[in-house]
Write a new protein. Structure first.
Length: 385
């Protein structure tokens, strides 16, 4: 091994250590995988690169990370397992170097209009004995093409990438299980009161619509979804005689009912991963004029997510029948929302409500679609709080 080769091998090992350190220090999977691709392109002198992930449920490969000028055009592309060169590598679990893609019968052409694939180096990402994706380099910058050394390097990189991807997939599954558990717990609390059936899911749907219209980022929307799910969790401690009373509450009973915000916040605060939701659970009954509860907060002191849930909760409460009063029609409830804007409810949030309501989009169906879309994006990006 000459000095140049030794220098390259040392650089490879240094890069692998750097990737390992990056994996240990961050939950930002995209940043780490992008770093891996940048280094792969440098070591193998490739024009561009990508990491495909296998969706076992659908039997398809999709881009986890894709680099290069064609990325915006093809980032949503999906390929069936076994289809094309990448699909074949994932199906057989064998790395391949294709010097001329046009001579390979598996080549299905470029999806991007302004990109011309000439050669491919593709390595399967294997974790626990199964393929979970493919690491791919395109178009060597040097005339001799991808070499055996390039293949060896990418197989080394593939080990680190597969490990990171598998950990992220496990985390995503845990997150889904966590959300399902939280929702089931909140559902169980809601079932104590048969007259509010569906309230929880409607408030979540309305809250997401409002948050999306206010341009909250996906991570903020996810926090809002969980906070709206748990906003009434403190009612688990309300006596049946108060919670299920078939008539208006007297002052002492109303005071007991108000406790659900404080009790709910205390419950949520005991679980570390739920603590970011405390302001939503505690403050969703605050009013801008300071006459809300439990803390009498005013205006901007009320966290925005709590102001959002307040509008969603208020609208659903008015449009849901109770034993002692009939539900208001939606138009009347909307008019009441507008009437208390600035005193009770936040003008910015009510502005979002008006845009959605006036366009016919303030519906639980639209909220459910948004929730599904959010879940899909978070699974794809593995966002974290």
């Amino acid at each position: 091994m000459d000095a140049r080769e030794l220098e390259l091998r040392l650089a490879e090992q240094e890069t692998l250590l750097e990737l390992g350190r990056a994996l240990a220090e961050t939950l930002d999977l995209r940043r780490v995988l992008t770093l891996a691709l940048e280094k792969a392109e440098q070591f193998c002198a490739a024009e561009t690169s990508s990491i495909w992930e296998l969706d076992e449920t659908r039997g398809e490969l999709f881009f986890r990370v894709v680099r290069g000028r064609a990325a915006p055009e093809i980032q949503d592309l999906r390929i069936r397992l076994g289809e094309g060169i990448v699909g074949s590598v994932a199906s057989t679990a064998r790395a391949e170097v294709i010097a001329d893609v046009t001579s390979d019968p598996r080549w299905i052409g470029d999806a991007a209009r302004d990109f011309d694939t000439r050669a491919i180096l593709a390595v399967p990402l294997i974790s626990r004995g199964r393929v979970i994706g493919v690491l791919q380099l395109l178009n060597p910058l040097e005339s001799e093409g991808f070499s055996d050394d390039d293949l060896r390097r990418m197989q080394l990189f593939a080990g680190s990438v597969a490990h990171a991807l598998e950990n992220a997939r496990l985390y995503a599954r845990l997150q889904r299980t966590f959300v399902e558990t939280v929702t089931a717990f909140a559902d169980a609390v809601e079932r104590r009161d048969p007259y509010t059936g569906g309230h929880l899911h409607r408030v979540v749907a309305y809250s997401l619509l409002l948050g999306h219209d206010l341009n909250l980022a996906d991570a903020e929307l996810e926090r809002l979804r969980l906070g709206a799910t748990l906003h009434d969790i403190g009612k688990i401690g309300i006596p049946d005689g108060v919670l299920l009373k078939p008539g208006p509450l007297d002052p002492p009973e109303a005071e007991i009912m108000r406790r659900h915000t404080v009790d709910g916040a205390a419950i949520v605060a005991r679980i570390e991963s739920l603590r970011p939701l405390v302001p939503i659970v505690r403050s969703h009954h605050e009013r801008l004029d300071g006459n809300g509860y439990p803390d009498g907060l005013t205006a901007e002191r009320i966290p925005l997510p709590a102001r959002i849930v307040a509008v969603a909760d208020t609208f659903d409460a008015m449009t849901t029948s109770r034993p002692y009063r009939r539900a208001l029609v939606a138009e009347t409830a909307a008019a009441e929302i507008r009437r208390v804007t600035g005193s009770h409810l936040c003008p910015d949030v009510v502005g979002a409500f008006n845009r959605l309501y006036d366009s016919g989009r303030f519906t639980t169906e639209e909220g459910a679609k948004l929730a599904d879309s959010l879940s899909a994006r978070l699974d794809r990006e593995y966002n974290h709080w």
